[in-house]
Design a binder for this molecule. Structure first.
Ligand code: GLC
Ligand code: CA
Length: 557
């Protein structure tokens, strides 16, 4: 890779990508087997969700040994083979590094609990609480308080921002900071090219003796102001990244900053400091303000539609702000969100066209494309059939509430599948055969896919897969890696921008709606060549373009 602007990332959820040894769980050898496919798609950087030893309370985000591969995914030898095979193809590999917490089965935590005098006690966050109560009213992201009683029965509580089996590390402790540097260096020495830093915005916490102001003091409250994006995060991060650069100057750092606004994204990607090269913020995507929900059912299990107008406003301004500064992450989906086609809530018959339009819209912009596995097939949520598969109490109570109100169980599960992150983690669709060619055994997450598959789409010249190949091939031009971007914002139904590089220009026009749009083109546009199109009728002589529902046109001149 000559520069990060040339990066095209493909995100792999290892458990769901390819099972090489027929136990129903995707694995590292499965990824190695599919590298030819990934290379031919045109991606050049692979990001793997966590692959270290883990009790799998949170699918690998609860690490119990940072120096070994999770046995269900493979061995160190399999990992070495994967790295070598990735590099042989001129591609790079980045690993997911969980900095904010460990598993409660990690030896540090076990030692900290079994012996309050242990040096590892101070690796975690403890507090005595207030008169037999938890220290404050801060809520955990996975429900309930961030505080959990010391399992050894002392009068202290430990802090967990996520599941109670995932205690937070104490980043004030220099030994913790050094330990995380050692872990990252260990993997860099084994050939890893960079990291996706999981939840790094939470590594610093405010003084625990503060409550979130609320009328209902009994209910724990989300307390972002006390545990997200505090100024010390940047100090710790700079120290960490600086240490890594000592052994690998061009280490690539992709930060997960879910709640970061544009000002924070700017700070986290300050090119003059050793921080992130690019960050993933979830603020691109908000739901339409007044969703059509069913009153009797909890809102959380019902599908929410993406607010495309808000998305456009946010993206346009972020692209402008970051233009001379850093590379925005360009993505539609990841393992924490429903898949984008589900979020659009459109007719299934229109999904293929929408998928093509969205690929152009997002990935020809300035930044680093990050494609979520299966997105290139137009995959939608896998349909889960057992409430327990969501691994979430909310899902079970959604089905219980719904059935008690007379709703059909299948439709409740359908609603959950398209709105819950687990629906987006279903197995990659390789073939139209049994278990989608992913495995010969029932997959760990048994869900029915939408029938799109690599095998079928390869044969079909009009498939989403072949269109992605064309978009990514185009994306490699200097126009798209280096060019400036200027948006056309007048028509709310359209997403249009121009890329400029030296004397070249590319015009991108996307129809965001399900109805036909007529567009008047400029002289320059009419004199340009068509590079890519779908549902587009381009009439040069009449200066006219007609874009069908979700149609798209890319011109180059
Ligand atoms: C990040 C991950 C998410 C995980 C959490 C805790 O947000 O993307 O999947 O549950 O961190 O590690
Ligand atoms: Ca396997």
């Amino acid at each position: 890779m000559h520069s990060n602007a040339e990066r095209i990332i493909y995100q792999i959820y290892p458990k769901s990508f390819m099972d090489s040894n027929h136990d129903g769980i995707g694995d590292l050898n499965g990824i190695t087997q599919r590298l030819d496919y990934l290379q031919s798609l045109g991606v050049n950087t692979l990001w793997l969700n966590p692959i270290f030893v883990s009790p799998q309370v949170d699918n690998g985000y609860d690490v119990s040994n940072y120096f070994r591969i999770e046995p269900t995914l493979g061995t160190m030898a399999d990992f070495e083979k994967l790295v070598t095979s990735v590099h042989d193809r001129g591609m790079e590999l980045i690993l997911d590094l969980v900095l904010n917490h460990t598993s409660d089965q990690h030896p540090w935590f076990k030692d900290a609990v079994s012996d309050p005098q242990s040096i590892y006690r101070n690796y975690y966050l403890w507090d005595k609480g207030r008169a037999g109560q938890v220290p404050n009213n801060w809520a955990s992201f996975f429900g309930g308080s961030v505080w959990e009683k010391d399992p050894a029965g002392t009068d202290e509580y430990y802090f967990h921002l996520f599941d109670k089996a995932m205690p937070d590390l104490n980043w004030k402790n220099p030994e913790v900071r050094q330990a995380m540097v050692d872990i990252a260096k260990f993997w860099l020495q084994r050939g890893v090219d960079g990291f996706r830093l999981d939840a790094f915005i939470h590594i610093a916490k405010a003084d625990f003796r503060q409550d979130v102001f609320t009328a209902d003091s009994q209910q724990p409250q989300i307390a972002d102001e006390y545990y997200a994006n505090l100024p010390q995060v940047q100090e710790y991060l700079a120290e960490f990244v600086h240490a890594l650069k000592e052994i690998k100057a061009d280490v690539f750092i992709l930060g997960e900053a879910s709640s970061a606004d544009i000002d924070l994204v700017e700070s986290y990607t300050d090119p003059k400091r050793d921080l992130c090269d690019s960050v993933v913020s979830f603020r691109y995507f908000q739901d339409v303000p007044e969703p059509q929900l069913i009153d009797q059912l909890p809102a959380a299990g019902q599908p929410h539609k993406l607010d495309l107008a808000q998305f456009k406003r946010t993206m346009v301004s972020w692209q402008a702000v970051l233009q001379e500064w850093s590379l925005p992450t360009l993505y539609w989906s990841n393992h924490d969100l429903p898949r984008i086609l589900d979020k659009l809530q459109i007719e299934p018959s229109m999904q293929t066209d929408a998928a093509k339009m969205l690929a152009v819209l997002m990935y020809l912009q300035r930044g680093i494309p990050c494609i979520y596995y299966g997105e290139e097939l137009g995959m939608t949520a896998g349909q889960l059939t057992d409430p327990a598969d969501f691994n979430d109490e909310l899902a079970e109570s959604f089905v219980a509430t719904g059935t008690s109100h007379g709703f059909v169980r299948e439709s409740l599960l359908e609603s959950l599948s398209v709105s819950h992150k687990m629906g987006a983690r279903s197995v990659m669709q390789w073939t139209d055969g049994v278990f989608a060619g992913f495995s010969s055994q029932t997959p760990w997450l048994n869900a029915k896919g939408n029938g799109n598959s690599v095998l079928l789409e390869k044969r079909d010249p009009d498939s989403v897969l072949n269109f992605y190949g064309q978009v990514l091939a185009l994306r490699q031009k200097k126009l798209f890696t280096e060019g400036r971007i200027v948006f056309e914002v007048n028509d709310p139904d359209l997403y249009g921008y121009t890329r400029f590089w030296e004397k070249q220009q590319a015009y991108i026009m996307c129809n965001l709606t399900d109805h036909e749009k007529k567009i008047k083109l400029t002289e320059e546009q009419c004199a340009s060549r068509v590079k890519l199109k779908n549902r587009a009728q381009f009439d040069r002589t009449a200066n006219k373009l007609t874009l069908g529902a979700y149609g798209v046109l890319v011109l180059e001149g």
